[in-house]
Design a binder for this molecule. Structure first.
Ligand SMILES: [Cu+2]
Length: 192
């Protein structure tokens, strides 16, 4: 008899546990139903971050082709010793300008400006002549692909840029007033 009662109690206790377990399962179910939404919200940005990271990693791991190096000398006769070079579309170009003259910078400074092909050179030079404070490169002038600093005697400067993708002829020159017309200029030809 005692043992029967004990069994009943056990059953009742088990029933309660079962009830609790069911409630728990129901709660979990509700919780689990919410999970996909939570997961989507959490995982989506993570997915984007992962993609971005892998893209960045791919970029940083991509073999970096060395730039095509162009070395140009400018002298007191207002001439560049290199007046033409070729570039592949998008190729990384490094221009190093060296002023081999001896005349002071204020009267015979040299720089090297590379312009987009659709920019009118004279329009640029007109603006450049007013831009002594910024090495004769007018600030915010659209179409300047690259430019070095204005250099005095024995000074050198290197500038890197990517050649345009559009094939064609792109002018490079010194924008110190009067030097372009004296011949401190050349042409970068972009072609496959
Ligand atoms: Cu010059």
């Amino acid at each position: 008899m005692k043992s029967q009662m004990n069994d009943d109690k056990k059953c009742a206790a088990l029933a309660k546990i079962g009830e609790a377990a069911n409630k728990c399962a129901a709660f979990n179910g509700t919780f689990q139903n919410k999970k996909p939404m939570r997961n989507t919200l959490i995982k989506y940005p993570l997915y984007i971050i992962a993609l971005t990271c892998s893209a960045l990693a791919a970029c940083s791991q991509a073999p970096q082709a060395p730039p095509k190096e162009i070395k140009i000398q400018a002298d007191d006769k207002m001439k560049f010793d290199v007046t033409a070079f070729e570039a592949k579309p998008g190729q990384k170009i490094s221009i190093t300008l060296l002023n081999v003259g001896t005349t002071p910078k204020f009267s015979m400074g040299h720089n090297c400006v590379v312009l987009d092909r659709n920019v009118n050179v004279q329009t640029f030079l007109d603006a450049a002549s007013m831009a002594a404070a910024t090495d004769y490169v007018p600030k915010d002038f659209k179409g300047v692909l690259a430019h070095t600093k204005l250099l005095g005697p024995s000074e050198t400067d290197t500038v890197q840029f990517n050649a345009p993708y559009v094939p064609g002829e792109y002018p490079f020159f010194c924008s110190f007033p009067g030097h372009y017309s004296q011949g401190t200029k050349g042409v970068m030809t972009v072609k496959q």
